[in-house]
Design a protein around this ligand. Sequence first.
Ligand code: DGJ
Length: 736
Amino acid sequence: MPKPRLNPRSLPYCFLLLFSAVISSKIVAQSVTIPVETQHNAIVFQTDKDQQLGTIYFGKKLSKAQEYTQVSAQYQQGSDFTGVLNSVYTPSGSTNLLEPAITVTHADGNNSLNLVYVNHELKNISNNVTLLNISLKDPVYNFKVTLHYKIYFKEDVIEQWSTINHTEKGNVVLHKYASANLYLKGGNFYLTQYHGDWAKEMQPEESKLSHGIKTLDSKLGTRADLFQPPVFMVSLNKLASEDEGTVLFGSLAYSGNFRTDLELDFQDNLRIISGINNYASPYTLKPNEDFVTPVFLYTLSTKGKGLASRNLHNWARNYKLLDGKGNRLTLLNNWEATYFDFNEQKLAGLLKDTKKLGVELFLLDDGWFANKYPRNGDVAGLGDWQENKTKLPNGISSLVKEAKQNQVKFGIWIEPEMVNPKSELYEKHPEWVVKQPNRAEHYFRNQLILDLTNPKVQDFVYGVVADLFTKNPELAYIKWDCNAVIYNAHSATLKNQSHFYIEYVKGLYKVLERIRTKYPKVPMMLCSGGGGRVDYAALQYFTEFWPSDNTDPLERIFMQWEYSYFYPAIASANHVTDWGKQPIKFRTDVAMMGKLGFDIVVSKLPEQDLKFCQEAIKNYNGLKTIIWKGDQYRLSDPGTSNTASMLYLNEEKTSGVIFNYLVNNRYAANSSLPIPLKGLDPEKQYKIQEINLYPGTSSSLKGTQVFSGDFLNTVGFNPDVNSGRTSVVLKIEAVK
Ligand code: DGJ
């Protein structure tokens, strides 16, 4: 067994060697104990007398590492009839009686699997990141599983995945192949899950988990999280609040069908098994072939949801989101301003408006392409990525040039994975389309999916992007849309149709990988007619995502609130549109809480509205670093209060911005109580000033507003939100 190396920031890893010698009433000699430690937490694994590896602890790090082995004895929860209740990766067909992490049919047709510990190794990747690999094997069959744990020490985040491999005399069929199998002891467990639909994304639901299995899943194939995203929270013992309670945030990082089973077992412990959804997907694995699962990521906080979210944000910006600490471009999009109805002349006006408004980029949306079946609506043209000669006789390149003359950048919309049946592409390559040969086609937004399992289709999709960049090297932004789910899953070329869903996602990642190799940093928005597609695997290729087509700012306050638990503000593309009844100030303030964009007819804005927007963009430019990279503190929850309030604070705790909104229209609803701030340095003095005021109005916050951090954290501050002041933005700065 290779010797583990020390992580300089953690408790010495060598204590696992000490543990190997520990003998207690329940543990026989030679048992192996493997701790997985982050800054505040520990997961501890231990082998039993049969060398099966189980989780003996998952929670706050204990100060005396040797006491982990004494934890189990404190639980009197009855007999484990299976011997594998706490398995690190539950096999099936041997002694297991509950939900497995893996099920297989061996080459000889046998369905049983047992997994025992073989060895483990620890690799230092950086000062902060360690990779633990644990090898398990079946004592009877030549079948192996390696569990991988990428440990982000400071952020308390773990990425976990598995590699499945065998050297049997023939193919093995995997019926289930989870990424991770967690085991938590808690007493009571509360699940926070999300559901949705178009324009109704990220609706939270909380429930106490009861015995049996609760499954969160998707079978949509692509834009997989339209009805249910893969993110969830589990509170232990009692529902965690923003700043109190123990809570686990988890999500599969995968852009296809996912499945997370939360099983409260007969001993009242929680088993969480997450991975690719095995629905319609038995996987035939050849000898010596690796099946590598996607990552399941999780973070545990013993100080509430706020800390868990800040840890995830830091992890995402540092390690996952493309260009997570980089720059983003403010923009004007023409989708809601023109829909499909535009031409060069109209766009020339919009390019001028982009400059006039004061944003950095003009984004040309859907409708610019296709000639035989022009893209003048969503019924035709998808797949034919040549400029429409009637609308754009001089092509995209003349628009890029014109943008430059207006001193703004140019970006463009594509939906390269899709095809309208009414298109030249469909006529030429019906075999590239996902459909059942003997069944009627069924459409989602009048379109079908291109078969990304086919390498020729992968080349085509890559070509759509590469071609745009070759012809227009100065193209500065891509909005990558994806508006359909997969019906009639079938590929004309794939040998094993059961691999379809998995190979589709692999094909997508291959294309994105190629794009990013050639164009590493061009900002790309992951869009899907709304939040039907955001996950941390895709975000490795995208700089931002589109949370929802619903841009009604009141709705957005709620949606952005929920998204913000899992994704940092820099990744959330928020546009000011004409949705909703709120004034332009309210709409702009809400959109400023992430990556700001506009999708309005600038030329029709009343003078004062335009002036407000121009000033707000200037303010945003001054604040964006804090919004994108600062710590986010949720101060007042729109779900339980009349006011929503969110603070973004820089790391030094010297500058911040607080967004406050009235979210209740009832008589006299207001911010009646002060809203305690969070995260401020109690020793510092802070000046509070209202910004983003509508022209001709003044703030109701009179006098010099200077308070100690202690006062603001303890007593709070009243933004004076009421029906006359529905949206209040406050700048907070440390003063000497
Ligand atoms: C759905 C997107 O969410 C919209 O912003 C827009 O790009 C349309 N698709 C275009 O068809």
